[in-house]
Design a protein around this ligand. Structure first.
Ligand SMILES: Nc1ncnc2c1ncn2[C@@H]1O[C@H](COP(=O)(O)OP(=O)(O)O)[C@@H](O)[C@H]1O
Ligand SMILES: [Mg+2]
Length: 197
């Protein structure tokens, strides 16, 4: 479903969050399973490191994707930076990882410096989003965490593919974009793989 209304970012966030929160448990389960199949189809390297997230607020659930990626390689999860509190670190995540709740009440790995993985060590960064368009623009929850963390991504000699993952109902025709928004390379939904450049 697309949305052509010229809504502000704040209004768009409200509308799109309501859409994904209206999905039934069954729709969420089916979406998660289809997404996992789609993501497996683009995982080219064996032993790749994939950054994921634990779903919150109706976000598409990565649990099936995470188990496949843990078996085929390794998975990291974002952790709020302990000093700036405004950037993300990525930390290895296995079934044995000790977890804690961050200041947003979201579960994340307990900080362990030996488990931190740098951006360039990832093949894919799977990012949750509130809204996307087919041009690769991403609207997040409004904290700007991924934008800050990825601000210098193009200076890396080797960089992960930036993948926005979402329900199809998060798509709009054209998002309002700000200069600091970092564009996505790919968007993957249960029914689409959109390459943006
Ligand atoms: N690279 C950056 N450096 C400093 N502040 C940033 C950067 N990227 C985003 N921000 C801040 O984060 C805030 C939220 O960003 P926004 O793009 O609206 O959120 P989201 O990406 O979560 O939808 C912005 O108001 C901006 O001040
Ligand atoms: Mg942004």
């Amino acid at each position: 479903m697309t949305n052509t209304l010229p809504l502000s970012r704040k209004a768009l966030r409200q509308t799109l969050r309501a859409r994904r929160n209206a999905l039934s448990h069954r729709q969420q389960r089916e979406a998660a399973s289809l997404l996992s199949t789609q993501i497996q189809s683009i995982l080219t390297l064996p032993n790749s490191t994939v950054a994921g997230y634990l779903a919150n607020d109706g976000e598409i659930d990565l649990a099936p994707t995470i188990s496949v990626c843990q078996q085929a390689g390794s998975v990291t999860l974002p952790v709020l930076h302990p000093f700036t509190g405004k950037h993300l670190l990525f930390q290895a995540f296995t079934p044995l990882t000790e977890m804690t709740f961050n200041r947003f009440g979201i579960s994340e790995p307990a900080l362990n410096s030996t488990a931190i993985r740098l951006l360039h060590q990832h093949q894919l960064l799977l990012m949750p989003l509130v809204g996307f368009d087919a041009q690769g623009n991403r609207l997040g929850m409004g904290g700007g965490f991924y934008d800050r963390t990825l601000a210098n991504i193009n200076r890396l000699a080797q960089r992960p593919t930036l993948v926005g993952v979402a329900h199809d109902c998060q798509q709009v025709d054209e998002l309002p974009v700000e200069p600091w928004d970092v564009p996505l390379d790919l968007i993957i939904t249960p029914t689409q793989i959109i390459k943006t450049n």
